[in-house]
Ligand binder design. Structure first.
Ligand code: GLV
Length: 317
């Protein structure tokens, strides 16, 4: 392992910019030399051993010749893999932050219960000052298919089970998770969809999962099912959604992610009351808690140990 004298951690994020992240990471590792990635130039480029970033401009990671770790500010690493100039010998870690799992679960449970308990209908009745006769709700008719059973899916499954909402996690390759019903593989997915009326997509975005939420998948669900996409916009074939709602195959969809973000003002999803839209806020990264994870990975990479959340580049997540 080559040792870099006075190593630098390069930090980048879109949105609020890197300064909040630099401060949070420095608070977690006193004395750390952490700087906004785009301000690092000249001889200092060779001192960067860790890049911590969300949507680092393409080519920037390649400008750090001694880089030892690319740490994603985010559970997904599709933004890292999208860089055509990415130094392919450098390991990538995704962010596994228990804080985000709780936030994600809150968001999904909220959407499921909003749909199941028909909150939209009652909001309309309120506007009309109407007190409707209403049939009782029955949570025993719910079955949630959780596509993707990483840290987030596992946390969601446990929460749903605690709420007595039946659920099954699906993974591409078989994986046993204590106390969680799981199935794997293509044939098992078809069977799972046929007995689920809620689908939650928590998959990573890869060549295999791109466009997985399509008319073909919707057709395997019972009529009137509910879709929750909190993975990536690329999972959904957007052109298939409104026809599925029109035909009644789906009754509603909660989308937090979109192919183009921000969702363009003229996008047809905005005008459809059956589509619940949130602006990619289901589980936002949180500098103080994420920095605990980053601090550990900086320590590990500098000690020659394996960082947490290491991405299997063969699988793409
Ligand atoms: C956000 O979408 C993330 O990848 O954490």
């Amino acid at each position: 392992m080559t040792t870099i004298e006075n190593p630098i951690v390069a930090v980048h994020s879109t949105g609020d910019g890197p300064s909040a992240w630099v401060a949070a990471i420095k608070a977690e590792v006193p004395g750390l030399d952490a700087r906004p990635a785009l301000e690092i130039t000249g001889d200092d480029l060779a001192r960067v051993d860790v890049s911590i970033a969300w949507k680092l401009p393409h080519g920037k990671a390649a400008s750090f010749p001694n880089l030892k770790l690319i740490q994603s500010i985010g559970a997904g690493v599709d933004h890292v893999l999208a860089d055509p100039l990415r130094p392919t010998h450098v390991p990538i870690s995704r962010l596994i932050d228990p804080f985000m799992a709780v936030e994600m679960t809150h968001h999904i449970v909220l959407q499921i219960l909003r749909w199941h308990r028909q909150l939209d209908r009652f909001e309309c009745h309120k506007a009309e000052r109407h007190w409707p006769l209403s049939e009782a709700f029955d949570h025993r008719h719910l079955h949630v298919a959780i596509l993707g059973l990483g840290t987030l899916g596992e946390h969601l499954s446990r929460a749903l089970t605690a709420l007595e909402i039946a659920n099954t996690g699906w993974t591409r390759s078989a994986r046993a998770v204590d106390g969680v019903a799981t199935v794997s593989g293509a044939a098992a997915l078809d069977d799972l969809l046929s007995r689920s009326n809620i689908v939650v997509c928590l998959l990573p975005l890869t060549d295999q999962t791109e466009g997985v939420l399509s008319a073909e998948l919707f057709a395997k669900l019972p009529k009137g099912s509910f879709l929750v996409n909190v993975g990536r916009g690329g999972h959904l074939v957007e052109a298939d959604l409104i026809p599925a709602l029109e035909s009644g195959q789906l009754s509603a969809a909660a989308l937090d992610v979109f192919r183009t973000e921000p969702l363009p003002a003229d996008h047809p999803f905005w005008g459809d009351a059956r589509i619940y839209i949130t602006p990619h806020i289901a589980a936002e990264v949180n500098p103080p808690t994420a920095s605990i994870v980053f601090a550990e990975n900086i320590r590990r990479i500098r000690a020659g140990e394996t960082p947490t959340g290491l991405v299997d580049l063969g699988r793409g997540y």
